[in-house]
Ligand binder design. Structure first.
Ligand SMILES: NC(=O)c1ccc[n+]([C@@H]2O[C@H](COP(=O)([O-])OP(=O)(O)OC[C@H]3O[C@@H](n4cnc5c(N)ncnc54)[C@H](O)[C@@H]3O)[C@@H](O)[C@H]2O)c1
Length: 300
């Protein structure tokens, strides 16, 4: 498949991620179909996109025939290996042989999902951040059988829709994003448990300090600007002191096991009574958009 010939995009899964991706591709001139097994899921997606999609035309369907003409498939269905296997076993046998096939799994093994894919060299991980039409980063993850040409086409397709792809030459659990995210969360929880600082102050460290820095620079750039002599000295005394726990601390396991999932249940690390949860979501989206408009205006 040549990059210029990729035009018909089929997105499987009309959920949080699929709808937002559809918006992005259609705005960039692609022919977009959203496929879902649930009519209700499709209707909700259509409703969510109504305002932003405007005059753009997106096809919504429950008919699998839409895959017969696909140039590029993005699977964003439920995060469950068995369901993904069933989906790919059927769909990869239907799509044209030269179609590029991707999964937006958050963390399931690309190589394991690929076990259900016919011609797995055309199958690749394409991990987007929520919401995909605002967050520019995409992780392109090669599974054991992913062809080099496939990964490159996925990377270039990401660029065509104004995203910033990064390439994982081999897969590791958590890919890149979640490894960093969970290294931070592990350290944050260990500091709270040790009584060093409260949750609110640790959240402030990111919102008013590290967040600004990381929105503009990566860790290697920050170290170069700080001076590797200084960073070396700090690393020498700090590394032995950083949290390296391999067990999930009770601070996370207890609420999670008790059904306190955070915003979606009204209680997690913090409490969200009444319409506080909705307010928090709306503020997050508005803040993300402001930052994205400032920093990524040339991409979006
Ligand atoms: N939500 C996030 O923040 C996020 C971020 C990155 C990656 N992901 C990944 O993206 C994928 C989708 O996540 P989401 O949050 O959009 O899920 P979601 O629950 O919002 O939507 C999933 C949709 O898939 C549909 N579906 C389920 N089985 C199907 C099948 N066999 N065929 C077609 N459609 C099917 C459901 O009806 C539903 O509409 C998951 O793999 C998830 O891990 C999610």
């Amino acid at each position: 498949m040549q990059i210029e010939r990729i035009h018909r995009i089929v997105i499987a899964g009309a959920g949080v991620m699929g709808g937002s991706m559809a918006l992005l591709f259609v705005r960039h001139g692609f022919e977009v179909t959203v496929y879902d097994i649930s009519q209700e899921g499709l209707e909700q997606c259509k409703k969510r996109l109504e305002e932003e999609a405007g005059a753009y035309e997106i096809t919504f369907t429950r008919e699998k025939e839409c895959f017969l003409q696909a140039d590029f498939v993005i699977e964003a269905i439920v995060e469950n290996m068995e369901v993904k296997h069933r989906f790919w076993r059927e769909i990869s046998a239907m799509v044209p042989e030269e179609a590029i096939l991707t999964t937006n799994t958050s963390g399931l093994s690309i190589s394991r999902i690929a076990e259900a894919v016919t011609l797995p060299e055309r199958f690749c991980g394409m991990h987007w951040l929520n919401p995909p039409h605002i967050c520019p980063l995409i992780e392109v993850i090669k599974g054991e059988k992913t062809g080099a040409g496939t990964a490159e086409l996925v990377r270039r397709t990401g660029i065509r829709v104004g995203r910033v792809p990064v390439m994982l030459e081999k897969e590791v659990p958590g890919f890149l994003i979640n490894r960093f995210q969970f290294a931070v969360l592990r350290e944050a929880m260990s500091l709270v448990e040790a009584g060093v600082a409260g949750k609110e102050d640790i959240d402030r460290v990111f919102k008013y300090g590290l967040g600004l820095r990381y929105a503009c620079l990566g860790p290697f750039e920050i170290a170069d600007l700080g001076g590797l002599d200084t960073f070396y000295r700090i690393a020498s005394y700090l590394f032995p002191d950083l949290c390296n726990a391999t067990e999930v601390p009770s601070m996370l396991s207890e609420p999670a096991e008790n059904g306190d999932y955070g915003v979606k249940t009204g209680k997690g690390f913090y409490e969200y009574p009444g319409d506080r949860a909705q307010q928090v979501i709306e503020k997050r989206d508005a803040d993300f958009r402001k930052v994205a408009d400032c920093l990524y205006a040339d991409l979006i």
